[in-house]
Design a protein around this ligand. Structure first.
Ligand code: ADP
Length: 282
């Protein structure tokens, strides 16, 4: 009888503890949701004034100028406005992802179509940086994914590889492979400066940049369209997109030896031509 009563007491205490814990978690969850909702609302509200500033700056810049300094100031403000718009758009995307307001519009997508499109879109940027942007094998790899977000993920990775690879004639290499009959792999490799070990664990953290001064330096940007990234949010977005598609992303890098980003995505199915290839490699 005593044992039964003790048991009951213990169960009561555990029950109370569990209920308190549950309440605390509930309150924490609600606070987190309010916070992310606030970020989403704030980012959303900021988009309209930023668009108006951009329109007005464009209008001002197309007026005849009698003062070169005046024009340069306007260009600098415009470039900062583009940078701020990028941050706000990225924050809005991440806040919507956090609050579950982002849903993927999935369809059958061929990763090789998207990769080719991204490479073509980024060829002018590569040319501007004097980088050789090359593709390796780009076999047909079908996934059940959202083409808009998958494109965004690829653009972020390739754009990073281009903008952080210094030195003319360096290479950025993009390729696709069937890692197995279930997984497709995107590889973006560069000959850039590489990233040292101490930074690697934080690379996908929001606002994390290895070299803050170099990543965004308005005095060296020569115009609004040329300012690329520097928000520290690009890789967080890449990670969210990849994970939302059931995949994962890894980075391998060594100072002086370049950087490799590998994205693994679940395949919809392997086309017959690739199937033979995938099985012969195992
Ligand atoms: P950012 O907008 O600064 O590019 P990201 O989240 O895309 O933000 O990247 C975070 C940081 O990781 C960058 O600021 C840069 O320091 C580093 N990084 C990303 N890709 C590369 C790369 N291919 N080579 C070297 N460093 C890189």
């Amino acid at each position: 009888d005593l044992r039964r009563r003790l048991n009951l007491n213990l169960r009561d205490e555990f029950g109370e503890l569990a209920a308190t814990f549950d309440q605390m978690l509930g309150r924490l969850d609600a606070a987190f949701r309010r916070q992310t909702q606030f970020t989403a609302d704030a980012s959303h509200e900021l988009r309209t004034p930023l668009t108006i500033i951009d329109l007005e700056l464009n209008r001002a810049l197309t007026q005849p100028h009698n003062c070169e300094e005046h024009r340069q100031i306007l260009e600098l403000v415009q470039s900062e406005n583009v940078h701020m718009t990028n941050i706000v758009n990225s924050l809005l995307l991440l806040a919507r992802a956090d609050t579950g307001q982002l849903t993927l519009q999935r369809q059958q997508v061929d990763l090789s179509d998207l990769a080719l499109e991204c490479v073509e879109r980024l060829l002018p940027l590569a040319r501007e940086h004097d980088i050789i942007l090359a593709t390796g094998d780009l076999p047909e790899l079908l996934v059940n994914g959202d083409p808009h977000y998958l494109t965004r993920m690829m653009l972020n990775l390739i754009e990073n590889a281009i903008k952080y690879t210094h030195g003319s004639g360096q290479r950025v290499h993009v390729e696709l492979t069937a890692a197995s009959d279930k997984w497709g792999m995107l590889r973006v490799q560069d000959d850039g400066p590489g990233i040292s070990d101490e930074h690697l664990p934080y690379l996908f953290d929001r606002f994390y940049r290895v070299d803050r001064a170099r990543s965004h330096n308005p005095s060296t940007s020569s115009g609004a369209q040329k300012e690329v990234g520097g928000t520290g949010l690009g890789l967080s977005i890449v990670q969210w997109i990849v994970q939302a598609h059931g995949g994962d992303v890894h980075v391998e890098s060594q100072p002086g030896k370049g950087t490799l980003f590998e994205v693994r995505l679940p395949l919809l199915h392997i086309p017959a031509s690739q199937e033979a290839l995938a099985t012969s490699t195992h």
